[in-house]
Design a protein around this ligand. Structure first.
Ligand code: ADP
Ligand code: MG
Length: 205
């Protein structure tokens, strides 16, 4: 059996100062090259779960282990506005050459923007840059938190298609959180739903 890129086994999560459990018992593994979406309505606990998955929140009951070679794509593109587009790629990946970075920019349709500032890009272009940055380090696990929200329909569908292509090439395992069931079905092999309070995970077909 392929190694697991993430093993997520928590008994529960509640925020400090609150008596309510946001997450109940939630358990899943993602093997190398496999993909899982977690869908659910706003406020159910998706981002809470992803922050735990990424190691950004260590206050929970249970155990989570993940590959060290993982990348994240957030709802907001989280770019460095005072660094040019190409530097937004190479600063995070010192081992990546300018040539490789330019080739990734070409891949996501931003080659002509290499020397622009991030804020000169449209929102859709900023998201593509953020995607390029995530894939550039050759991660073996990608963690995505609603990466395509609030884009118009055409831009959204283009982003989904680009992500599908990049994923097919990279072979990375994927953990995607989204409220968009169609997007989940397009991008991942397995879809689960987070529901209830405290929220637990349910298989969706
Ligand atoms: P989703 O991503 O599914 O929209 P979140 O994980 O952001 O949901 O939030 C789930 C619940 O946890 C909400 O009730 C939210 O108010 C609460 N919550 C999120 N972050 C914090 C925090 N830092 N402190 C206290 N409560 C929080
Ligand atoms: Mg969220």
């Amino acid at each position: 059996m392929a190694a697991n890129m993430i093993q997520f086994h928590i008994k529960g999560k509640r925020y400090e100062g609150s008596s309510d459990w946001v997450l109940g018992e939630v358990s899943f593994d993602i093997a190398a090259g496999r993909s899982l979406s977690i869908i659910g309505p706003s406020g159910v606990g998706k981002s809470t779960l992803l922050r735990i998955a990424a190691g950004l929140d260590e206050s929970f009951e249970g155990t989570v282990e993940r590959s060290e070679k993982f990348s994240m794509v957030f709802q907001e593109p989280t770019l460095l506005p005072w660094r040019r587009v190409i530097k937004n790629l190479t600063l995070l990946h010192p081992a990546v050459s300018d040539k490789e970075a330019l080739s990734m920019l070409e891949r996501v349709g931003l080659l002509a923007k290499a020397n622009d500032w991030p804020l000169q890009l449209s929102v859709g272009q900023q998201r593509r840059l953020s995607l390029a940055r995530a894939f550039l380090g050759n991660p073996d696990l990608l963690i995505l938190d609603e990466p395509f929200v609030s884009l118009d329909e055409v831009t959204h569908d283009n982003m989904v298609q680009l992500t599908q292509e990049l994923l097919a090439d990279s072979g990375a395992a994927v953990l995607l959180v989204t409220h968009d069931r169609r997007e989940a079905l397009q991008l991942t092999q397995r879809v689960c739903e987070l529901r209830g309070s405290p929220a637990t995970l349910h298989e969706v077909d």
